[in-house]
Design a binder for this molecule. Structure first.
Ligand SMILES: [Zn+2]
Length: 170
């Protein structure tokens, strides 16, 4: 199983190859990628590589992807305790969603606490509606980063949901 640093290098290398390919293809008029789409894809990919790695399931200990969060890394300890290493967290479809949902729960908790105890604090609103045009490239980048991690781990796309669930419930 590759270390966090090796995972990062693999993802950066794959991103470079993909970016070069897309650049060549768009010069040749084969694909059209707007700068905003490219930026959103890159944001999703970078977040998935450096901040939301599947190995956060080890966050109860010391792990590279937790370190990237700095002090906030402590917020991932419960995630590491809930999810066993390479269980549900390392499935192809649900695994990446568990980390998005976890972030959403943390954000909701923080916002809820702020609203309760500091009602006057100005909170940034969500630009509505979040358009699909924005979300699709972000999710593509995010999922691709996660899948590269799973491929490097040798985890197959059929890595059992059942097995993951059983481990989750251990
Ligand atoms: Zn892993």
């Amino acid at each position: 199983m590759p270390s966090g640093r090796v995972h990062n290098l693999i993802n950066i290398a794959a991103y470079s190859v993909l970016a070069a390919g897309v650049l060549v293809a768009s010069r040749a008029g084969l694909v059209t990628v707007t700068p905003v789409q490219a930026l959103n894809f890159t944001l999703g990919f970078a977040a998935g590589t450096f901040l939301l790695s599947p190995d956060l399931d080890l966050a109860e200990g010391r792990v590279d992807s937790k370190r990237h969060w700095g002090l906030l890394g402590a917020l991932w300890v419960p995630y590491g305790m809930i999810f066993s290493h390479r269980g549900l967290s390392h499935t192809w479809v649900v695994g990446p969603l568990t980390r998005l949902a976890y972030v959403a729960v943390i954000v909701a908790l923080v916002v809820g606490l702020l609203r309760t105890f500091v009602p006057d604090v100005p909170l940034p609103g969500i630009p509505e509606p979040i358009s699909l045009k924005f979300l699709v490239p972000v999710l593509l980048g995010y999922y691709l980063s996660q899948w590269l991690h799973l491929v490097a781990d040798g985890v197959r796309p059929d890595h059992g949901m059942r097995r993951g669930m059983r481990k989750l419930g251990r």
